[in-house]
Design a protein. Structure first.
Length: 356
């Protein structure tokens, strides 16, 4: 089986969780399957996806053996990195991913759309590509009701609506006890198209200080690990630690396993990264999401979790006090129930896969 657009070694722990969740779920459905993972940082040499025209050239004038490679898999599990089945990240990315899916189908493999966000599609070409992909897929699984509706509007009603694949990951070893984990997003800390970077930095600092004034112990958590890209959390958590002073603990995990273990030992997590929040809920730890995009709310609501705030619409000046109040009131029992709902929705997918 070929898993597209996910890898466990990714410094983006959301992508790593997508890979691990895919692995754990597929092995429950097909215990003896051999799994191969591919992503932008781990491209098989047979599939030249650098540009869409390279894929077309290889299809017409084979040099690398792309069709033989793709045709060697019984199942192609297309994750689209969880939220890239859309044209909002650029038509080139959408086209490349869609063409790899199409080439797999032409090679004779069964291609399935793994649980993921579907849409939005803002261009005519983007919608045409999406409609083609959906029509060619053996199964289409949405990870929230909004995505299911988007697929239906393109002519393909998903076979199942589940939740995020993080809820398929086996429970980690329990980490040492901590009070509040504060995940700081490097994406939002710097200039970005989502929220005011200065406003975000001020809000996060004031949230930290308000928690400390309430007697809470706070550790800062990076959820996208250090890379040359500015979109990583490590410089942001270190910068905040320097600003607030004291002996603030900064946690830069080595990998997904350590991250989930650390989170499992916390009383609560405040997260600006969606998968930091989902990782927390999947291990029964209450989370206060600080959303910056449309993908947060449907996924969280799919497991019955309504806590959190929207950085795009909530007043950043008054948000710190509201976050502190919500942290004090959220329930571990409700987080456990969210974890159970997420796990149960993916149990249904395992049953469906076994029927294929």
């Amino acid at each position: 089986m070929l898993i597209l657009w996910a890898e466990e070694s990714s410094p983006n722990l959301g992508v790593a969780a997508l890979a691990r969740g895919s692995r754990d779920l597929l092995r429950r459905a097909f215990p003896h399957a051999e799994l191969t993972f591919t992503n932008y940082g781990a491209r098989p040499p047979e599939v030249p996806w650098g540009r869409p025209r390279s894929l077309l050239r290889e299809r017409v004038l084979p040099r690398y053996g792309m069709q033989e490679y793709l045709g060697g898999f019984d199942l192609v599990w297309d994750t689209r990195s969880g939220d890239s089945f859309s044209d909002i990240y650029g038509l080139g990315r959408h086209m490349t991913m869609s063409m790899v899916h199409e080439m797999a189908c032409q090679a004779g493999a069964t291609a399935m759309m793994a649980p993921q966000t579907i849409g939005p599609f803002t261009t005519r070409r983007g919608r045409l590509l999406a409609r083609r992909t959906l029509s060619r897929s053996g199964l289409v699984i949405a990870r929230d009701p909004h995505s299911a509706q988007a697929a239906a509007q393109l002519g393909r009603r998903p076979e199942l609506t589940t939740t995020d694949l993080v809820f398929a990951i086996d429970r980690p070893a329990l980490g040492r006890r901590r009070d509040v984990l504060l995940n700081v997003s490097g994406l939002l800390w710097n200039e970005n198209p989502h929220v005011s970077a200065p406003g975000y930095r001020r809000m996060i600092r004031e949230t930290f200080e308000a928690l400390r004034a309430e007697g809470r112990e706070i550790a800062l958590l990076a959820h996208v690990l250090d890379t040359p890209s500015p979109d990583n959390d490590v410089p942001a958590v270190r910068a905040l630690a320097d600003e607030v002073g004291g002996d603030t603990e900064v946690i830069v995990p080595a990998d997904l396993d350590e991250t989930r273990s650390v989170i499992s030992g916390a009383e609560a997590l405040i997260g600006s990264r969606m998968h930091a929040c989902l990782n927390a809920l999947s291990v029964g730890v209450p989370s206060v999401p600080l959303a910056y995009s449309r993908k947060f709310a449907p996924l969280l609501e799919s497991v019955g979790w309504t806590a959190g705030f929207d950085l795009r619409t909530d007043d950043l000046e008054t948000l710190p006090a509201k976050v502190v109040s919500q942290v004090a009131g959220i329930s571990t029992a409700e987080a456990g129930a969210a974890a159970a709902r997420g796990s149960a929705s993916l149990d249904s997918l395992v049953d469906l896969l076994r029927q294929q």
